[in-house]
Design a protein. Structure first.
Length: 331
């Protein structure tokens, strides 16, 4: 049996990162990022990437993996996250999975395996030039199962599924499969009242601007990565790029970002409500204590389960009667 894994989940601006940081310090853990935006180097302020001070306090993994002009897929995430978890278990550290990309978390924790196809820039450009209804119709013809599950507004997922179908000649749902993981896992979801979350989103946006978000985007644009920022579709970067390029005022851009972030948070909450096995924990003054207590119980249960399994595998039931019970019974 592989070691235990804890995931801290919740909508954007709910306090996942700060909670995970404190838990890691108390529980001897390290943080594995599950955020599709934080893999990009140079995109720090607008993605709320952990600071250098935070990384000095607790080791973080799967940050700053790509330049903005490079792609990064779910299959790549899984290929890196698995070895990261194994390394932490080998060193006796508790992995704390943290991030806002729900698909990354679900795929890793529920044992999804995906085929990795080589990049085909020409095919990608051809698909990106098509309208969303046409993409959905094409996917429906090639893979009705995936077409029925994918969010039609998520063009990136539509395009990725079509890329796999076209390049492999097989349905995306056929080449992606689920193998139940063999490690105990705990998923904690932060439940934040809607009005509190809205206020936190507003405060974080103000902090990002004060922290140099506009200057960050200006530096990226000066390096020639402006088109990449539009292509990545990471929340807020296109709007700030418009400000840098002089096509809109800052306050107008910030208002659009604020509203888009609130909509994004609602979509994340909807996704989390369908997350298998998620345990909700209320946003409250005693949040850290409640989360730590639940995780410690989980670790005790995981240790007991591992001991039971080891005993069952190391000895069979002797003839003439059941074995003597010297340890807690194993179900």
């Amino acid at each position: 049996m592989r070691g235990p894994v804890v995931a801290i989940m919740g909508p954007t601006a709910s306090g996942k990162s700060s909670l995970a940081l404190a838990l890691a310090e108390r529980l001897g853990g390290e943080i594995v990022s599950a955020d599709s935006a934080q893999v990009y180097r140079g995109l720090d302020v607008g993605t709320a990437k952990p600071s250098a001070e935070d990384r000095a306090r607790v080791p973080h993994h799967l940050l700053d993996l790509r330049d903005p002009d490079q792609g990064f897929s779910l299959a790549e995430f899984l290929s890196l996250a698995g070895p990261a978890l194994e390394d932490l278990h080998a060193r006796g550290r508790l992995p704390l999975l943290v991030g806002g990309t729900g698909l990354y978390l679900r795929a890793l924790l529920e044992g999804y395996t995906l085929v990795e196809v080589p990049p085909d820039p020409e095919l990608r450009r051809a698909l990106e030039a098509r309208e969303t209804p046409a993409l959905l119709a094409d996917l429906q013809a090639r893979d009705p199962e995936t077409a029925g599950k994918v969010d039609p507004r998520n063009r990136r997922r539509l395009i990725r599924a079509l890329e796999v179908c076209i390049q492999t000649g097989r349905a995306f749902s056929e080449v992606s499969r689920r193998v139940p993981p063999d490690h105990p896992r705990l998923k904690l979801g932060l439940r934040v009242p809607r009005e509190v979350l809205a206020e936190r989103i507003d405060r974080r946006l103000e902090a990002m601007v004060a922290g140099g978000w506009v200057e960050e985007v200006r530096r990226l644009a000066e390096k020639g990565w402006g088109p990449c920022l539009r292509h990545l579709r990471i929340l807020g970067y296109r709007e700030i790029l418009d400000v840098v390029e002089g096509s809109r005022p800052l306050q107008e851009a910030l208002e659009d970002i604020r509203l888009a972030t609130r909509r994004y948070a609602r979509r994340q909450e909807t996704w989390l409500r369908a997350e298998p096995g998620l345990e909700w924990i209320d946003f409250q003054p005693a949040l850290l204590q409640a989360a730590e207590e639940r995780i410690r119980r989980f670790l005790e249960e995981a240790q007991l389960e591992a001991g039971c399994r080891d005993r069952k595998e190391s000895r069979g039931t002797p003839s003439g009667g059941p074995p003597e019970r010297r340890n807690p019974p194993c179900s």
